[in-house]
Ligand binder design. Structure first.
Ligand code: KIV
Ligand code: NA
Length: 266
């Protein structure tokens, strides 16, 4: 299949074709997800939680993200690969943001970057886009601001925050974003944003009207038992599957069943 570009993603909205996006942080997972036919792979800073075991995405560094992204890029043939710029790699100055985005693209080989936020970073986004680096926006529950929100509850349930989000979405489109992630906002608001914009919205906990959907791969595979938000659909129970496999291995080693005659050299 032909390589997916940012233009492909924008065209898909026009044609009314839904966009599928999943996360990956390493070569093996990226290869599986790409070969399965996903449209977009996000090297999310959720790697902070999923890979590194931190409680939030705040500790993630640009060097960590470049490492994860470079591993993913080597596993991908056709998907569009977008990487998150981590907390404090783009907020201080537009110049630093462009340097961070440029490093991500040159050193990891991704096709674009994702930044969290609206109005305060639109000039920064315009600068990155002008340099030839595609940018995906991210509004709603933006996890890098968790200490500002103080909670992972659904955002923009009130009129003021909803109006601001709609305005932010317009500004992001104007600044040149090719797409926007909408995280954990009321479905009705996501529908409104999706109808207003000519660039595609990709939702996570943002309802069915979005032009595409994204989930954290480890979550949808059921690799962790604890994380069960309303928006998550589990497509496998890999926590149980892996636990059973490991337990069988332990049992076979202990009993002497493994290795068998066929599993050793003469
Ligand atoms: O880091 C991440 O995985 C994300 C998605 C959930 C949108 O930003
Ligand atoms: Na993220």
């Amino acid at each position: 299949p032909p390589k997916i570009t940012t233009q492909t993603i924008v065209d898909m909205k026009e044609r009314g074709q839904k966009i599928s996006m999943l996360t990956a942080y390493d070569f093996t997972m990226a290869h599986i997800v790409d070969q399965a036919g996903i449209d977009v792979i996000l090297v999310g800073d959720s790697a902070s939680n999923v890979m590194a075991g931190y409680e939030t995405t705040v500790p993630m560094t640009l060097d960590h993200m470049i490492y994860h992204a470079s591993c993913v890029v080597r596993g991908v043939e056709t998907a569009l690969v977008i990487a998150d710029l981590p907390f404090m790699s783009y907020q201080v100055t537009a110049k630093e943001a462009l340097t961070s985005a440029g490093r991500m693209m040159k050193e990891a080989g991704v096709h674009g970057v994702k930044l969290e936020g609206g109005k305060p970073i639109v000039k920064t986004i315009a600068k990155i886009v002008e340099a030839g680096i595609p940018v995906m926006g991210h509004l709603g529950l933006t996890p890098q601001s968790i200490y500002k929100f103080g909670t992972y509850k659904v955002r923009a349930t009130g009129d003021e925050e909803a109006d601001q989000l709609l305005e932010d979405a317009r500004l992001l489109e104007e600044a040149g974003c090719f797409s926007i992630v909408l995280e954990k906002i009321p479905a009705e608001l996501a529908q409104k944003v999706t109808a207003e914009l000519s660039i595609p919205t990709i939702g996570i906990g943002a309802g069915a009207a979005c032009d595409g959907q994204v989930l954290v791969t480890h979550d949808m595979l059921g690799l962790n038992k604890e994380f069960k938000p309303r928006f998550l659909r589990r497509y496998a129970d890999m926590h149980s599957g892996m636990t059973e496999a490991v337990q069988s291995y332990i049992q076979d080693v202990k009993s002497g069943d493994f290795p068998s005659e066929q599993e050793q050299y003469g």
